[in-house]
Design a protein around this ligand. Structure first.
Ligand code: NAP
Length: 243
């Protein structure tokens, strides 16, 4: 799909990879950004003429419903939905700084809100000649690390959800895709990991996947991970355990 003169929704477009995608897309497309923080959304709308900001806390399903309704009232059709917003709570269950409340919030933001938003916005995508639904995923969906257990599990659930939804929408004109990323330099990974991909490069790769209609788009080291999981799964899991 050519990324020109499209109506595109990006959740979490105020930071990291989402923000870099907005920067690339906004000159030639209408970009509807859903995020939590009002001043970041205002700044985005002031910078880019074709950005339409919608504030919502996607850890709350009433907010997911409200924002889907608000978008449907303003836009009659959408070409692309990019489910990008996510959070990652890194402490282990044994750590003193693990917060019990994070479990529900992380599952809702990273998984449930995506299922709900997809369902609620499907009527805007379904009548287009061509549309794309892209879920942002991670190599951790394929093999988990020790920390961030809930995050890894939500991404694994997202992987299966995306594949099943792809079957369900086979008879429509909607491409159901996911992009699997390795570590990227963003606020989510501040202070962790080395040799990280830049958010700009990650955004470019993700968008290339939409243009080329790649169903499961393994980016950078995830390509190697997928191969290693086939030929030497124990080694792959050992590497990822310490990631
Ligand atoms: N960074 C990596 O290494 C990496 C690796 C693999 C996959 N990914 C995936 O790539 C995607 C983007 O990650 P990132 O690193 O770019 O993240 P990020 O920099 O932390 O940005 C997260 C975005 O999500 C929004 N958001 C957070 N909580 C929200 C909430 N409750 N309601 C609505 N919006 C909310 C944030 O908006 P506010 O700023 O307004 O809160 C922000 O725009 C995620 O799906 C992530 O899992 C990232």
């Amino acid at each position: 799909m050519q990324l020109k003169e499209k109506s595109i929704i990006i959740t979490g477009g105020t930071s990291g990879i989402g923000y870099e995608m907005v920067k690339i897309l906004a000159p030639d497309n209408d970009v509807i950004v859903i995020a939590r923080t009002p001043h970041k959304l205002d700044q985005l709308a002031q910078t880019f003429e074709r950005v339409y900001p919608f504030q919502a806390d996607l850890t709350r399903l009433d907010e997911v419903e409200r924002v889907a309704d608000a978008i449907a009232k303003r836009f009659s059709a959408i070409d692309i939905l990019i489910n990008n917003a996510a959070m990652q709570h890194t402490p282990t269950f044994l750590a003193d700084d693990f917060t019990y409340e994070s479990i529900q919030r992380e599952i809702t933001l990273n998984f449930t809100s995506i299922c709900c938003l997809t369902y609620l916005l499907l009527p805007l995508l379904i009548h287009q000649d061509e549309a794309t639904l892209l879920n942002m995923n991670s190599g951790l969906a394929l093999a988990p690390k020790t920390s961030s257990a809930v995050y890894c599990a939500t991404k694994a659930a997202l992987n299966i959800f995306t594949q099943s939804l792809r079957y369900q929408l086979e008879t429509t004109h909607i491409h159901v895709q996911q992009a699997f990323l390795d570590l990227v330099e963003t606020p989510m990974t501040t202070g962790r990991g080395t040799h990280k991909m830049s958010a700009q490069a990650a955004a470019r790769e993700v968008l290339k996947g939409i243009e080329r209609n790649i169903p499961d788009h393994d980016i950078c080291k995830v390509k190697l991970l997928r191969i290693l999981l086939r030929i030497a799964p124990a080694i792959a899991r050992r590497i990822m355990k310490k990631y």
